[in-house]
Ligand binder design. Structure first.
Ligand code: HEC
Length: 302
């Protein structure tokens, strides 16, 4: 029975080694996989956000440079004519993004003292605006945040008054077009000064979906590794069982029996080369022992 236990140990030893090697490979692989894919997902979302932010900037520019002069001229704005929200850069950019519902993107322009009450900065946005105002940040802040249980990537750009044209509507209610006051009132969006950071462009992109994809890929990777592990342990242990463990076990039984009761059973002659050599060696030993015994008996008889 003792030999049985030792034989089983070889298989256990191999299995244990395979488990350790695979365990390490699995953990190291999963960590490397996770870090790489997460960074890639973050980069991807960041690129997406940058492209969308540039789109917002383009809409603003287009509105100011092309739509506004055209409408101004046609509506006789200079002579106290119509005012159209559509010619306001901030309105145009937000209106376009409101229609861009797919993908969960959101774009808004928030100010501490907004023209439109809908644009009032939230606590989070107020903090960003103040950071820009303090000059502790460059022109852009980005990162991730939890919002309603969803992780989103945000990119915030400071809105600074750099054009005198902005002050036409944002300095005093007297300077602003009357129809604008009728539409928006005179409570907010005034008293802004050149060079002042008045708000932020806030672009958010949900990042959860990208992360969920990583977990899916990770699960597939794990499953494949476990299957590979099972296959390899079978492929490695099977021939070991057939060529080493089984002939060794038989060899042990036969030599044990021979040493105890002097049996003369044939030794197994199959299996791995080393095992066969061992069997041959034992057989030779057995034969020379028998000869030596016979000779010493003969010497004793004389
Ligand atoms: C023709 C008047 C007009 C001009 C010129 C104008 N704005 Fe505005 N601005 C508005 C109106 C009206 C709104 C509210 C739009 C809305 O409905 O969201 C607004 C909104 C904003 C907002 C969003 C927060 C808020 O107050 O609701 C920012 C920021 C802003 N403008 C900055 C600027 C800057 C910077 C410029 C110069 C490049 C500029 N505006 C030029 C009329 C104007």
């Amino acid at each position: 029975m003792k030999s049985e236990k030792n034989v089983a140990d070889i298989a256990a030893l191999v299995r244990r080694t395979v488990v350790i090697v695979f365990g390490c490979a699995l953990v190291a692989g999963a960590i490397a996989f996770f870090i790489t894919f997460r960074a890639a997902a973050y980069d991807h979302v960041q690129d997406e956000a940058r492209a969308l932010m540039n789109t917002a900037m383009a809409i603003r520019g287009y509105t100011v440079e092309e739509v506004r002069p055209e409408i101004r001229q046609r509506s006789g704005y200079e002579e106290g004519g119509d005012f159209h929200s559509q010619t306001v850069p901030s309105y145009a950019a937000q209106a376009v993004f409101d229609r861009l519902e797919t993908g969960g993107y959101s774009y808004r322009e928030a100010a501490l003292d907004p023209t439109s009450p809908e644009d009032r900065a939230t606590a989070f946005e107020t903090d960003l605006i103040n950071r820009f105002r303090n000059g502790s940040e460059g022109g852009m802040i980005s990162g991730t945040r939890q919002e309603n249980g969803i992780t989103e990537f945000y990119q915030a750009r400071a809105i600074r008054i750099e054009d005198q044209a902005c002050l036409e509507c944002h300095s005093t209610p007297e300077r602003a077009p009357d129809p604008m006051l009728t539409e928006y009132g005179a409570d907010g969006g005034f008293g802004w000064e050149m060079g002042e950071v008045v708000g932020v462009q806030m672009l958010t992109v949900p990042i959860d979906k990208e992360y969920a994809m990583i977990y899916e890929i990770l699960a597939i990777f794990f499953t494949l590794m476990v299957i590979l592990f099972a296959v390899i342990s079978i492929v490695v242990v099977r021939p070991l069982q057939r060529n080493v463990i089984r002939p060794l076990r038989e060899l042990a039984v036969v030599t044990e029996r021979a040493s105890l009761r002097g049996g003369d059973d044939p030794l197994p002659q199959y299996g791995a080369a080393e095992v066969r050599r061992l069997a041959t060696g034992v057989e030779r030993l057995r034969r020379s022992l028998r000869t030596a015994l016979r000779e010493s008996q003969r010497d004793g008889d004389q």
